[in-house]
Design a protein around this ligand. Structure first.
Ligand code: DLZ
Length: 158
């Protein structure tokens, strides 16, 4: 994906463009499924609301957040995929692996984005408790899945 040059007269603050022809891959971690399914619903709803076509949204499940990177690579290497959204939830209190997993996913996703020159979005919740995760996946603090979808859409417009 090559970026397009935009002069100030073409620049929009919102940076939301026509995405009806864009193809999105969504990688969903099955760990903390209740949370990641809500993130997925939020992301899909947001993409559809902004004009994406249902037939242009592709889902791939992976066992845990650690595997999001490889799942993202599998989708990103498909030429027709324009952007990939990675959704996961790593709860600090429940795992001593927390730092390893979060660091690995953050670095891994960055590497995939740079390798394939495509937006790969980090939609991974890293809360202290399950309640905090629920609050951020359709609860009182909104839905990080929506935000991840908006980020993907924005990046396609840059
Ligand atoms: C092993 C593990 C643990 C303890 N906790 C989480 C978690 O909170 N969230 C998550 O997405 N995945 C977790 N995993 C699984 C790892 O991501 C990974 O699937 C395994 O270490 C196998 O590579």
């Amino acid at each position: 994906m090559a970026t397009s040059l935009k002069s100030l007269s073409q620049y929009s603050d919102k940076n939301i463009q026509d995405i009806s022809g864009k193809k999105f891959g969504i990688v969903v971690s099955e760990w903390n499924e209740q949370v990641t399914e809500s993130l997925f619903s939020g992301a899909v709803e947001t993409l559809l609301m902004h004009g994406a076509k249902k037939e242009n949204i592709f889902r791939k499940n992976v066992p845990g957040s650690f595997e999001l990177t490889l799942g993202a690579q599998w989708l990103a290497e498909l030429e027709e995929i324009d952007a990939v959204i990675c959704l996961g939830c790593v709860i600090q209190g429940e795992t001593r692996h927390f730092d390893f997993i979060c660091d690995a996913v953050a670095h891994g996703i960055t590497n995939v984005a740079l390798k394939f020159n495509k937006p790969i979005i980090f939609g991974v919740l890293t809360p202290n408790t399950l309640q905090q995760a629920l609050d951020r996946s359709g609860g009182k603090h909104g839905n990080k899945g929506d935000e991840a979808a908006i980020t993907a859409i924005k990046m396609l417009g840059f």
